[in-house]
Design a protein around this ligand. Structure first.
Ligand SMILES: [Zn+2]
Ligand SMILES: [Zn+2]
Length: 355
């Protein structure tokens, strides 16, 4: 069968690889759509410290069940599913705390293990999720769970006002999940296009922090108190610091972003405000179910969030184009259903002029 193999940074092509052997307890899946995210771009660029090569990428997955053990009541042959791409060791401190999402020895499909940019994969049945969703929606579940988990960490409820720094893929998931829980969400970004999509995902207010005085705008929207929750999905020292400055007294701050440089804090704010400051990583099964429910209720603008759909044959080309022009794409989906791809897929694919 065919798979997309990354031999090293910048080196990626379709190759023939062995067909997966399904073990008992696993489901053989025919891959339909794969979403790409910043992790895949970083792997392509050689800037993902967790990856080893050669590697088949792909961890945002929509697939159809081809073969499964008989007698499974929830899943059956022909059913469309998505899945959790994380495996955990079961014995580390995080796993013992039922928080396998933060497993010390986590392996993610497409990063530490071969992923799903292949015609078929075989995965443990307990990783699967069924849903009343189309294939593209199924493909968006995993990227949205990361923001959803941050919202769960912050214990967001309908009485909260939540400020969210960064409306890229991950931050957008947090905007959608917080809004889905009934909170008043304030989306903050420097890109009006992203703020527009955040609005469609449920944000009550948006602030372009390059054009507005962020502190003043936040105070105005929160009766001068600041939001109860601040979620940081950018990963820059300024936004790490601003989150504790903007949040209300006794508020919760959740960090999703990976800051690549050290951050200098006025730590007295932690004490004075008696803050809960938390990290968040990956996602758990309840996050998958919450996102699926949100998508089933049509609470997320999937068409606005997907910028490009290309056939599998053009996957390496689109990665190269994304590498050259990172701001041009938001969400890229790779379709395995070509050449019998749907008309709308073709239409989108035709609009992509490769650099
Ligand atoms: Zn991803
Ligand atoms: Zn573990």
């Amino acid at each position: 069968m065919k798979a997309l193999v990354m031999r090293g940074p910048g080196s990626i092509q379709i190759e023939d690889v062995p067909f997966p052997v399904r073990k008992p307890g696993e489901a053989l899946l025919r891959v339909r759509y794969i979403g790409l995210c910043g992790t895949d771009l970083n792997s392509y660029r050689g800037r993902n410290p967790l990856i080893s090569y050669p590697r088949i990428p792909g961890h945002e997955i929509a697939a159809s069940i081809e073969e499964i053990d008989e007698g499974n009541s929830e899943f059956f042959v022909g059913m469309d599913v998505t899945l959790s791409p994380y495996t955990n060791c079961g014995t580390c401190s995080a796993c013992r705390n039922s928080r396998g999402n933060a497993c010390q020895f986590n392996q993610t499909l497409g990063v530490q293990r071969d992923g799903a940019l292949a015609e078929y994969i075989s995965v443990p049945v307990e990783k699967l999720f069924s849903a009343r969703l189309g294939l593209r929606e199924l493909c968006l579940v995993e990227p949205l769970t990361v923001g959803c988990h941050a919202v769960a960490r912050a214990r967001v409820s309908s009485s909260d006002t939540v400020g969210i720094f960064g409306c890229g893929g991950v931050g957008l998931g947090a905007v959608a999940a917080a809004s889905f829980r009934g909170a008043k969400t304030i989306a903050i970004d420097v890109d009006d296009g992203k703020l527009e999509i955040a609005k469609k995902a449920g944000s009550a207010h948006s602030i372009n922090s390059q054009q507005q005085d962020l502190g003043a705008a936040m105070r105005e929207l929160t009766d001068g108190m600041g939001p109860q929750v601040m979620i940081e999905a950018v990963g820059r020292p300024e936004t790490f610091v601003a989150a504790v400055e903007l949040v209300a007294y006794t508020g919760r701050v959740v960090y999703i972003g990976y800051a690549k440089e050290p951050v200098t804090y006025e730590t007295r704010l932690f004490v004075q405000k008696e803050l809960d400051i938390m990290g968040t990583r990956n996602a758990l099964s309840p996050d998958f179910r919450e996102v699926i429910m949100m998508l089933e209720q049509k609470r997320f603008p999937i068409d606005s969030a997907i910028s490009t759909v290309v056939p599998f044959e053009e996957a390496s080309k689109v990665l190269a184009a994304w590498d050259e022009n990172p701001t041009r794409f938001t969400k890229i989906l790779i379709s395995f259903d070509s050449p019998s791809a749907t008309e709308s897929d073709r239409h989108v694919a035709d609009q992509v002029e490769f650099a």
